[in-house]
Write a protein that binds this ligand. Structure first.
Ligand code: NAP
Length: 353
């Protein structure tokens, strides 16, 4: 049900309930109506999110997207994914990012929202290892097969963007994997093509001039790209997706996390020691707390168009959207302070895949 209809439905339901509660439904009135009946509660409107033009493409993306890794790796129930994605789309989300190797994420997204395909841009990735060995994932044949399989799993006839999932520079130089994406674009299976990755590999991918978009790690604990790749991507008018945009919330761990994925950022945050990732600010869900400041930093980085925050919780997308709406843009002073801290302690820190 569209939002305005849903609101009207709730209002009229509340009015009927009030009549029924008075015990006079359908009875002629003997007394005048009390004039100060409580008003039905107004529903809080959905937060309005900024949209940015995604590089040289025709896409206008909401700054807060959805990252599909967690729902796959954490095996989130399909019913939960349905609630999560449909409520986020109702509230304004229009970018869903996934990958063929995210352990069931594509299937869940297909089951949850393929019936409303026009409401979102759909990005997926190829070349990793789901169904391939590490070495054969980058051939023309395996990429073509992978794209067909993604279309099937996502229950759609086209993707908006397919990205190579972090192959190295040497693989890119061979050209075969890029040609495979170009062939898929020509065949109408994807509207745009991109590269997902970091460091010198992303740098090379941008220099080829053959990609419409870049997905790269950018956050308070991963800023190499701000000088190394993002200015070049901007020059080429590429769409830019920030992955790991809130640094995996690595500040949530009191001691070094066991899961290796979080360790590098956790170590970096110990050294960076931002005031907003310490003490009570760690839990603060307002725009000035740790998550709010981290996300607003990522979205203040020049050239970034969309931050794909990963989550398994149905309420998360909307509450993060509200946080962005309430907080607005990060101040130039705070942005500068975060950049200065990074400059002081980041020697040798490179972009994390
Ligand atoms: N191309 C690549 O190689 C690559 C690599 C990594 C990631 N990615 C993409 O980027 C997406 C995002 O990356 P990511 O998931 O690794 O990192 P992330 O978005 O920085 O962090 C995700 C974590 O943040 C938590 N979270 C979200 N909002 C929060 C808030 N307001 N307060 C506290 N915790 C919050 C989520 O937990 P809850 O479940 O509790 O919300 C989740 O555990 C992935 O889903 C994937 O699509 C791509």
């Amino acid at each position: 049900m569209p939002d305005s209809n849903r609101r009207n439905f709730l209002l009229s339901t509340a009015a009927l309930a009030a009549i029924a509660a008075s015990g006079r439904a359908g009875q002629p009135s003997t007394k005048p109506e009390p004039i100060n009946k409580p008003e039905p509660k107004a529903l809080k409107p959905d937060p309005v999110l900024e949209k940015r033009k995604f590089g040289n493409t025709d896409m206008m993306v909401t700054v807060l997207g959805f990252g599909g890794a967690e729902i796959g790796f954490q095996q989130t129930a399909v019913d939960t994914v349905k609630t999560l994605l449909n409520s986020a789309l109702d509230a304004g989300l229009n970018v869903i990012d996934t990958a063929e190797c995210y352990a069931g994420s594509e299937e869940s997204i297909g089951a949850a929202v393929s019936h409303r395909r026009k409401d979102y841009y759909l990005f997926t990735k190829v070349g990793h290892m789901d169904g391939h060995s590490a070495t054969d994932g980058w051939t023309k044949g395996s990429i073509a097969k992978s794209i067909d399989r993604s279309l099937e799993r996502l229950k759609t006839d086209h993707l908006d963007l397919v990205l190579l999932h972090s192959c190295d520079k040497a693989t890119l130089e061979k050209g075969e994997c890029i040609e495979a994406l170009e062939a898929a674009k020509k065949a109408g299976k994807t509207r745009y093509i991109g590269y997902s990755g970091d460091t010198i590999h992303a740098q090379y991918a941008i220099e080829t001039g053959r990609f419409d978009a870049l997905q790269t790690s950018v956050n308070i604990a991963d800023q190499e790209c701000i000088e190394l790749t993002l200015p070049k991507a901007k020059e080429k008018n590429m769409g830019v997706i920030a992955k790991r945009p809130i640094a995996n919330v690595a500040w949530r761990y009191d001691t070094k996390p066991e899961n290796g994925y979080f360790v590098e950022y956790w170590n970096r945050l110990q050294k960076l020691a931002y005031d907003f990732t310490q003490g009570e600010a760690r839990q603060d869900q307002g725009p000035k707390g740790a998550a709010g400041t981290a996300l607003r930093f990522t979205l203040a980085v020049p050239g970034v168009h969309v931050a794909i925050v990963g989550t398994t919780r149905p309420e998360r997308w909307k509450s993060n959207a509200q946080m962005l709406h309430d907080g607005g843009a990060l101040s130039p002073e705070q942005f500068k302070a975060i950049r200065e801290k990074w400059a002081k302690v980041s020697e040798g820190w490179t972009g994390q895949t």
